[in-house]
Ligand binder design. Sequence first.
Ligand code: AMP
Length: 393
Amino acid sequence: MPKISVKDLPINGKKIFLRVDFNVPLDENLNITDDTRIRESLPTIKYILENGGIPIIASHLGRPKGKFDPKQSLKPVAGRLGELLNREVKFAPDCIGPEVKKIVDGLKQGDVLLLENLRFHPEEEKNDANFAKELASLAEIYVNDAFGAAHRAHASVEAITHYFENPACGFLMEKELQYLEGALKNPKRPLLAIIGGAKVSTKIGVLKNLLDKVDNLVIGGGMCFTFYKAKGLNIGKSLCEDDFINETKPLLDNPKVYLPVDVVVAKDIKPGEKIGTVSIEKIPHDCAGVDIGENSIEAIKKFIQDAKTIVWNGPMGVFEIDEYAKGTEEVAKAIANATEKGAISIVGGGDTVAALEKFNLKSKISHVSTGGGASLEYLEGKELPGVKALKDK
Ligand code: AMP
């Protein structure tokens, strides 16, 4: 790991500004519907507490656009975190200002403080230096565990690091980077990437960057159809981004690239509209491709069985509708089986993680990334500002 970790720092008796990603989903009654992100940072919080540090925890939640919004308050998160830690978590009504300073001054060892939503201040997303300085003045040490926010140069992620000598990563950040770096820089081979999802426009950078790193690249989901159109095939009513047809051409004849050979077609992308499975040359003009077909599933399973490292981002079809979920489910199952047999699997992206949850396979994957956008930018080969800002070992 090339970055300094919380483990490398003398934290006993020190106040730690801990940036986490507690951007959890809330229902209309402000109940947390999925606390994964809170649980994922527990190892770092517990380590700080067990080693005498005082965590001052900060996060964003939702998109409040720089204004206070009670519906996007982190207050429910303080309650949930307290339950998980089995101790009281104090909650500050803001993240900067004299009142917060006073609460922070009163903290002692064993206390945990959660600050209010960073994005209630427009300066957060502007990477504002003065705002960052105010945040930094609350603590003596900076630790970033918010992998999910690492692709954003925001004040609590980037500008703040300039006020600390050794900005360090927490255990979740470390784990995310270890898996992604391991997969892309020093993978056990064959390395297989499976990239799907709706839009080629959001993933063309990933495909291009992965091409010379992987041994095999499977492309599935709605974005396939832009490739088929580039090949001159009739794609009926399937998703297509005409502006990206040219961008797909360099990938088309690459021997590493596998495109599905058959697709499930439907009259509409709705339940109850399924027509059947056809080869990709025979998509009816009044139908849309909604899932990969059996022959493609079998071929992709073979790639998965042979791979030692598997990176997966993006579903193979419209998995939210059961009739069109088979391709995604079979791919997920095959990755889970391969993982059981020793392959390393890394899955990222909100929809792909939702698919794993739907099929109850999340626990069977080596690493499920908490950062959809951040992992995608990493796979694109971009340097994440929140990672760059941390101190090298
Ligand atoms: P993304 O956010 O780009 O990973 O896209 C995920 C979405 O792609 C999911 O909501 C899927 O329903 C959708 N998707 C996958 N395959 C298709 C397809 N063949 N046609 C339309 N949408 C699709």
